[in-house]
Structure formats: C-alpha cells, structure tokens
Design a protein around this ligand. Structure first.
Ligand code: SF4
Ligand code: SF4
Length: 388
C-alpha cells in the first residue's frame, strides 16, 4: 500500500474504504462478507474507513468489526453528520455521542459536516457557535480532526475552504467531474492552503465502469496501454499529488483485491498526454449517451410512492448507452418490485437530497414517456409473478 500524509503528518492509505455500499440483503448489511472484505483491506494496509450517520447500519457495522478484531487503534475512522440535523449544539452533542456508541469508540479521527453545498450552511453553523464546539470536542478528545464533504460548485467550495481552518475535506472528483463540483480548481485551492483533500465517487457511482457505451469501450480497447476502466479512473486520481485518499465503496472480494493492486502500482505523474486524450474521448462518448447523471447514492430514497429512483435512472441510461432492449429489460425487472416512473406524484421530497442537483421529477416524467409502455408493465408484472 502507498500512503500520503494528513495535515498533521499521519500516514493515510491512498485507498480508503468507502462504507456506503456494503453488501445488503433485504436492507440489512451482510456482516460476514463485509467483515471479510474490511479485514482483507486492513491486512493489505488500508487504514482509512469512511462512513456517515445516514448510511443505514454502516457505523454500527464497522464499530462491531473493529472491536471484534481489536484494530480500532490502527485505523482512522471518518464519519459525517448532516448540517440539517444540527438544530442546536445540544442536539449535535447527542448525535455525536450516538455515533461514538455505534462506532464503539471514544473518538472519531475525522468528523465531517455532510454534504455542504454552499457557504450559507457554514455561516448558520458559525452563528450557532460551532467553532467553539469544535474546539471543545478536540480538547476533550472526542473529535481529532474536522472537515466537510462537499457537493456544490467551485465558487462555494473555495469560499467554504477560506472560511475556516479546516483539517481536511471530501469532494466528488473523477475524470468526468474534472471541471464540475469542486473540480480541479477547488482541489488545487485546498491543497495550496495545506488542507488534505479526500476523494469520493472516483467511479462516479459506477458510471465510469458499468454499462459503458460501446464507443467508450472501443476507446479503452484500442489504447496502447491496457487497464480496466476502474483502474484508469483510480490511476487518473492518484496521478495527482494534490489528492490524499481516494475512497472506493467496495463490496466484493475481487473489488478490494483489484483496487489494492492498483493503489500499489500507481505513481504520481505517470499518466501521459496520450492517456489523458484517451480519457477525454471516453468522457465525450459517455456524455453523448448519458441521460441522467445519477451516481446511485440513494440519498433521495425512500420515495413515498415506492419508486426506485436510482434503479430507474440506471435502466434509462442503459437504454441509451447500450441498447433499447437492454434498458427496457432492466426497467421491467425493476418495476416488478417497485412502482414505475409514472407513479411519481411530484411531492419533491427527493430533490432537496440529491447531491447531483438532478431534477428528479422532470427526469422521471421523461422516463415515463419513453419507458412506461404497456408491454414493459406487463413484462414487469409477469416477471414478478414468476419470482413468487
Ligand atoms: S417527487 Fe416523485 S420520485 Fe420524488 S419522492 Fe416524490 S413521488 Fe417519489
Ligand atoms: S437521483 Fe440524486 S440522490 Fe438519487 S440516487 Fe441519483 S444521485 Fe443520488
């Protein structure tokens, strides 16, 4: 494993374990597999684990695994709290204590305000007295470093970075988002101020790996240097010295093994001009066929109408990236279990939670017009009956 330093010189593995996508069955984390993968990662040098208050069961799962295997002191835990839940500092005290309890620990290495999107949110916390709260929690040892995760534009990112003496931050960054969200400009700005930047969504929720359009696959296949799409996405990040830790939401043994191998093999500055041009071409192909930029984070769920929003968008994207039949087949399978896009009542509950600012209602209307055909609904129902 390779390591890069945090603000205080602690060595962090360049590959961090993102704990949002642990394997689940009927909504519950599959503990046996998760423990095996977490320990496989730990034994291979991964020492950074990222979770959040709102990832169902995730804090409790890693708390249990670290305690059972006696490795708490050898790993760094990053967890997050959404500012929307911080209605007062007394409430925040209770939330932090709940997180410590779930994580079975006395301290959190990296405590982040989750999904900040604009400087207004930080100003509200400041008015509440959050800076003193942070000092107190650091002094009593419950929190070691403070940061924030970000989904917004570059301007707001830079303003938040400049508004406080942060220990770290977490941004969505990958070769498709080089100039969106915090972007390369935000990354460099934070780095120049000495603030370590951790990366989430390195594969853009699988968009850079799964169901790639045929032309993107051909571009990879005809390049002089051969790596898998996932390896290219990770290599693009570790090539940049301003990146500290790259989180990967791993949930298979193979994924853990492959990502560790890539982390061990990759050097800063190894990508050539030809590699960059090849990736730019891949981006053009993905953009020309992608209908909805959903990263399958599921922050918008649950929908009161039982629409599987991310699954619906994945099927819709597949229809354009692959072919019509493949997309319709996935959609039919999905609507055997969930409501179709046409069931959306436009309540808007989902949209304020979407870190990608997707107009979910409008997009669902589009999906409905193109895919809620009678044939699909019948096929979906038929498949549902077969399942029973
Ligand atoms: S707007 Fe539609 S998709 Fe969103 S939560 Fe409401 S019913 Fe569900
Ligand atoms: S629509 Fe937005 S919130 Fe919902 S899964 Fe996709 S990216 Fe996440």
């Amino acid at each position: 494993m390779k390591y890069r330093n945090d603000k205080y010189g602690n060595a962090l593995s360049v590959l961090g374990f993102g704990c949002m996508r642990f394997q689940k069955k009927v909504g519950r984390i599959v503990m046996q597999e998760t423990e095996r993968q977490v320990m496989q990662a730990f034994r291979n040098g991964i020492n950074y684990f990222d979770t959040a208050f709102i990832y169902p069961g995730s804090e409790a799962a890693i708390g249990e695994i670290f305690q059972k295997n006696g490795i708490r002191e050898q790993v760094h835990i990053a967890t997050k709290i959404p500012p929307a839940l911080i209605r007062s500092l007394e409430i925040l005290d209770k939330l932090l204590d709940e997180q410590l309890k779930r994580l079975r620990t006395d301290y959190i290495d990296f405590y982040l305000f989750h999904m900040m999107a604009d400087v207004k949110t930080w100003n509200r916390l400041q008015e509440m007295g959050i800076e003193q709260w942070i000092s107190d929690k650091k002094a009593c040892g419950k929190v070691r470093q403070i940061g924030f995760s970000f989904h917004g534009d570059t301007e707001h990112f830079c303003r938040i970075i400049d508004a406080y003496d942060w220990d770290m931050c977490l941004i969505q960054y990958n070769y498709m988002d080089e100039h969106t969200q915090a972007g390369r400009r935000g990354l460099v700005h934070a780095h120049e101020k000495g603030i370590p930047v951790m990366i989430m969504e390195p594969l853009r929720g699988g968009k850079l790996v799964n169901d790639l359009p045929a032309r993107a696959e051909q571009t990879f296949a005809s390049h002089a240097v051969q790596h898998t799409p996932a390896q290219w996405a990770l290599r693009w990040l570790w090539d940049q010295p301003e990146v500290t830790v790259v989180l990967s939401g791993m949930n298979t043994d193979e994924m853990v093994r492959d990502n560790i191998q890539t982390a061990c093999d990759t050097q800063v500055g190894e990508l050539t001009q030809a590699d960059r041009e090849m990736l730019a071409e891949v981006v053009r192909h993905i953009n020309s066929s992608m209908k909805v930029g959903c990263t399958a984070c599921n922050y918008c769920m649950p929908c009161p109408q039982n629409i599987n929003i991310s699954g619906t968008f994945a099927a819709y994207n597949k229809r354009y990236a692959k072919n019509k039949a493949a997309g319709l087949k996935d959609y039919a399978r999905l609507t055997a279990q969930y409501a179709p896009a046409s069931a959306c009542i436009g309540c808007g509950k989902c949209e304020s939670h979407c870190p990608q600012s997707i107009s979910i209602r409008a997009q669902l209307r589009e999906v409905s017009e193109e895919m809620d055909g009678t044939a699909v609904r019948i096929l979906g129902k038929t498949m549902g009956l077969f399942k029973k």
